[in-house]
Design a protein around this ligand. Structure first.
Ligand code: IPD
Ligand code: CA
Ligand code: CA
Length: 272
């Protein structure tokens, strides 16, 4: 992508994100229509849908040749990442949005032929905009985020969620996770994948390990973590699949392979 095209796209992505965020803020105290999707805890509101509709209209008006891969179904039917694709989670952390009216984010990743070019994550109520353009570093508002301090596992905080504790979780051998949790300093669980990625980039946590994310949960965050100097792979240490559900480990580079090799004992793990 030419740099002036990318600069223009980046400006437009930020403009759309700020406008979408303002609409959410303006209506934050309105009564909510809450529905459920795949299970009783998988929530969606009219605000998730209206925000994605806003992105769909804005992208179609401004960039009719681009495609949208969005969570709520107002985008295109995406089967490949050819050309320019906006991968959008209109509200990441809907449960936080519903229960807390904070701690949720708008997440926009822009990919060209499968390569992540631009990542924008907006902590709407916190007011922080996290951004990265491939090769240009990662920023929180105007401040660069860069991981350079060395890390040992014993001095880390990792974001994990409590689905790890469910004994019948088919994906995980619990012994590895138990051993990991005993070794690190502590765990956190924020309820928004996008925010967990940017907290890794910012260095306020050192890693985020999770079993089921969708492309729109990951698209912007992986670019931002990479640009801050972190590593983002599947929990197996493999390249992420940006079209399907996946496991994810995003972390400081000093601890990434140690976690993959020693602690994440996935039941379906491929023999190496
Ligand atoms: C969810 C959040 C949550 C993660 C879930 C996601 P949503 O996204 O990122 O932290 O654990 O896997 O589905 O549904 O609020 O957009
Ligand atoms: Ca999400
Ligand atoms: Ca969402």
């Amino acid at each position: 992508m030419e740099s002036n095209t990318r600069d223009h796209l980046f400006e437009k992505a930020k403009e759309f994100v700020y406008e979408a965020g303002q609409r959410i803020k303006d209506q934050i105290d309105q009564p909510r229509k809450i529905e459920t999707k795949s299970n009783p805890n998988d929530l969606v509101t009219e605000m998730d849908q209206n925000t994605e509709k806003f992105f769909a209209e804005s992208i179609r008006n401004e960039f009719p040749e681009h495609r949208l891969f969005g969570e709520e179904g107002f985008g295109d039917d995406i089967k490949d990442l050819n050309g320019i694709v906006w991968i959008v989670d209109p509200i990441d952390g809907t449960m936080n949005f519903v229960h807390q009216k904070r701690n949720f984010a708008i997440s926009v990743g822009i990919y060209e032929d499968g390569v992540g070019e631009i990542g924008v994550i907006y902590d709407v109520m916190g007011g922080a905009l996290y951004t990265a353009v491939r090769g240009g570093g990662a920023f929180k508002n105007e401040t660069p985020m860069k991981m350079n301090e060395t890390k040992v596992l014993e001095e880390t905080i990792l974001a994990l969620n409590t689905t790890w504790l469910i004994p019948e979780n088919p994906h995980v051998e619990h012994k590895g996770v138990e051993a990991l949790v005993k070794r690190i300093r502590s765990t956190r669980s924020y309820g928004s994948a996008a925010l967990e990625f940017v907290y890794v980039a910012e260095g306020i946590i050192d890693g985020y390990l999770t079993m089921t994310l969708m492309p729109w949960d990951i698209a912007a965050g992986r670019i931002i973590v990479n640009e801050a100097g972190g590593i983002v792979t599947t929990a197996d240490g493999e390249e992420l699949d940006m079209l399907n559900k996946t496991t994810v480990l995003a972390s400081h580079p000093d601890i990434h392979s140690e976690i993959v090799e020693n602690y994440v004992d996935l039941k379906q793990r491929k023999k190496r």
